[in-house]
Design a binder for this molecule. Structure first.
Ligand SMILES: [Fe+2]
Ligand SMILES: [Fe+2]
Length: 236
C-alpha cells in the first residue's frame, strides 16, 4: 500500500485479523445467514476508527478553538458508546471480536491528511454523511424484517451521527470565512487525496446508499450540496 496515500494502521490486539482492501473482507451476500452479524462486527471496528480519528484530531491540533475541541471530544464519547452497542448486539447474535477480518482504511486515509479542515471534510462531512445514508437505509430494511433490536440501535446512532456531520459543516464554513483561499486549498487537497486512496481500498466496488435528503438537511447540508450528492450515486 502506498505510504503516500495511507498512514500506519491503528493498533489492534491479536484477536483482530486486519486486512488492507475490501476484497479481503468476509463479503457475504445479503441473503446469507451471517450477513447481518458480519455487518455488526465490521461496524464495531468502524466505530473504533471514528473514535481513534476524533482522538487524533484532539492530539494533532491542540491550538484549535475550544468550542470545536469540545465538539470533537463529545464525538469521541459518542463513537465509544456506538462501538459498545454494536459489540453487545453482535455478541448477543453469537459472534465475537475477531470472528471476521476488519479494515482500518478510514483511520489510515484520514490521519494522513495534514489539515483539520481536510480531516473534518473527509471524515465527518463525507464518510459520516454516507454513513447516515446507510443507517437510514438500514432502518428501513430492518423495519421490513421487523428486527426491533437493530432499529433501536440504528435510531440511537443516527441522532449522534447527524450531530457529527452538522458540527463539521458549521466549522468548515467558519474556517473558510477566517482563512479564505488557504482553507479552501487544504480542503480540496484532502478530498482529492481521499478519493485516490478510497479507490485503492474499494477496488472500484463503491457501495452507494440512497441519499437521505431529510437527514442530510438536518445535518446542515444546503439544497445545492444535496443535489450534488445525488449526482455521485448510481442512477436513481
Ligand atoms: Fe459512530
Ligand atoms: Fe460519528
Amino acid at each position: 500500500m502506498s505510504a503516500e496515500l495511507f498512514a500506519e494502521s491503528p493498533e489492534r490486539d491479536s484477536r483482530f485479523k486486519v486486512r488492507d482492501v475490501h476484497a479481503e473482507m468476509a463479503n457475504f451476500p445479503a441473503d446469507h445467514p451471517e450477513h447481518s452479524v458480519e455487518f455488526l462486527h465490521r461496524q464495531l471496528n468502524e466505530e473504533l476508527n471514528s473514535l481513534e480519528i476524533a482522538a487524533r484530531n484532539l492530539v494533532d491540533f491542540p491550538d484549535t478553538d475550544w468550542d470545536l475541541r469540545m465538539a470533537i471530544a463529545r464525538q469521541c464519547a459518542d463513537e465509544a458508546r456506538h462501538a459498545i452497542a454494536f459489540r453487545r448486539l453482535m455478541e448477543k447474535r453469537g459472534a465475537w471480536v475477531g470472528k471476521y477480518p476488519v479494515m482500518n482504511f478510514q483511520y489510515r486515509i484520514i490521519t494522513q491528511i495534514k489539515s483539520l479542515i481536510g480531516r473534518l471534510a473527509v471524515a465527518n462531512r463525507s464518510f459520516e454523511a454516507s454513513g447516515i445514508d446507510a443507517i437510514q437505509d438500514g432502518i428501513e430494511t430492518q423495519k421490513r424484517k421487523d428486527d426491533q433490536e437493530f432499529v433501536t440501535l440504528f435510531d440511537a446512532q443516527l441522532a449522534d451521527e447527524v450531530q457529527h456531520v452538522r458540527f463539521a459543516n458549521v466549522w468548515i464554513k467558519k474556517m473558510i470565512d477566517t482563512d479564505g483561499p488557504r482553507a479552501v486549498m487544504a480542503l480540496a487537497r484532502a478530498i482529492s487525496h481521499a478519493d485516490a486512496a478510497f479507490k485503492v481500498i474499494s477496488g472500484g466496488t463503491g457501495v452507494y446508499y440512497p441519499i437521505a435528503d431529510d437527514v442530510r438537511r438536518e445535518a446542515g447540508f444546503t439544497e445545492e450540496e444535496i443535489r450534488i450528492a445525488h449526482s455521485f450515486g448510481p442512477a436513481e
